[in-house]
Ligand binder design. Sequence first.
Ligand code: GDP
Ligand code: MN
Length: 380
Amino acid sequence: MKLHEYQSKKIFERYEVPIPKGRVANIASEAKQIAEELGGRVVIKSQVLVGGRGKAGGIRLAKDPKQAKEIATDILGMEIKGLPVRKILVDEIVDIDQEIYLGIINDRNFRQPVVIASSSGGVDIEEVAQFSPEKIFKLAIDPLLGLQDFQVRDIALGIDLRREFWKQFIKILRGLYRAYIDSDATLAEINPLVITKDKRLIALDAKMIIDDNALFRHPELMEFRDLDIEAPAEIEAQKYGLSFIKLEGDIGCMVNGAGLAMATMDIISQFGGNPANFLDIGGGAGAPKVAAALRIILSDPKVKVILINIFGGITRCDEVAKGILSALGDMKTNIPVVVRLVGTNAEEGRNLLVDAKIQTAETLVEAAEMSVLLSNGGAS
Ligand code: GDP
Ligand code: MN
């Protein structure tokens, strides 16, 4: 889950990483009010989950509350890289002397958190990495030992930070690291971390990504979820405890078990078809869960056929069949469904489906072949 700048800043604040004074708003008149509270000069920042807002015109300075309202109106009417701006952050203006990059990422090559720092902050860090890699300093942190004092000093040295700023920098990096670890983040980034004209270090921008698989441990972060931008299907899937990933094809898949789901997708590809999704309903799914899964698949307009592949162990095939029938009854769809059931109560399950005139297949190969044929407009 990506967090908005204003949300990441709230977390930073808890870890004593200094941020500019400011507040989030969703109407222009509020921006004016906040500007008045902050003494007039403010920066208005669109809150959208993409980078490069500055270049796209989504970050502008206002010299007084009246102008703050005008700019807020403009920005709230914008779309940045296809995303509508629904919120703005109104922050006090900071006079910048230098812009630094400071980030922590979960690095899969190092298999550790890696601190990345650069004296060339503010701009796109990928570009710096590509064109002037010597300006990027990287250091892996052993998560069991944590961030050591000598490492923090190495990083400060690595970006040629002047001694007078070390004390502030050390506190910020330590705070950022704790925020990253405590939140189960895969990224915590400050770009730019600025040195102000009056020699203070402040996080001007903030970005965090939280590991979705750890969200259950963070009820306090759940409220940050931006339901506007998450795909409704994925929200629905999460509600029912289904593992769902949308893909680009037209054959909807419903399978129990992640491995079997992958095998099913492979066999579909083998026959020249394209899966529309990965969906694992898990073990022991009852009828309501199956019905929810089917509704989620059917909500994708690209889906031309649905392949259901169930290997009943704990999952009972008759329960699955009941779920399928109940969902199809509710949705009144004419999208063909091909079902392969084996294992516990398969016979009962198949009989229920046959009575309702739903196609069943004996083997996975047969089911996949039939689905691909149907997705190509073939006769059933
Ligand atoms: P991004 O473009 O989405 O990464 O948004 P940032 O928050 O990083 O802002 C982009 C740029 O806007 C920064 O690198 C700064 O140069 C500028 N900026 C943002 N806030 C301020 C501010 O308070 N004062 C000044 N002078 N510039 C700012
Ligand atoms: Mn930035």
